[in-house]
Design a protein around this ligand. Structure first.
Ligand SMILES: [Zn+2]
Length: 130
């Protein structure tokens, strides 16, 4: 499986397009995973391109299915929307916003966003409780 492949997602059941997602740790690329374009569930890891295409390694990749099962990301808790004033809906205040050193991402849409963007599916981050 690789970026752009069509597959049936075992998590949401949709006929989906595989998306490649790069996970970073600090400034370094930590891992590359394949996710479902609909529900964002991890589907596995990209297959390495087989340069020589040797036909004698048929039973080499039986682990990928297991990886897909174990790779499900934990769901984040739903935000509590109490009596919050309807003022700003900036991505930087959203639970789906993930700040990285060089780019910021929306974990809901799996796209790059700007901190001052606003979004119809904005969910305010819960205030930290002390
Ligand atoms: Zn899915």
């Amino acid at each position: 499986m690789k970026n752009g492949d069509k597959t049936d997602c075992p998590h949401c059941g949709q006929s989906t397009i595989v998306r490649e997602k790069i996970e970073t740790e600090g400034w370094q690329v930590k891992d590359k995973v394949l996710i479902c374009a609909f529900c964002g569930a991890t589907l596995g890891h990209p297959e390495e391109e087989n340069a020589n295409g040797a036909p004698d390694d048929k039973n080499a990749s039986s682990l990928s299915g297991l990886t897909a099962l174990l790779g499900v990301e934990a769901q984040t808790a739903s935000p509590r929307l109490d009596a919050i004033p309807e003022e700003s809906k900036f991505c930087r205040d959203c639970v789906h916003y993930v700040a990285h050193p060089f780019l910021s991402r929306c974990e809901l849409h799996h796209t790059q966003v700007n901190p001052m963007d606003d979004c119809p599916e904005f969910h305010r981050k819960p205030e930290p409780e002390n």
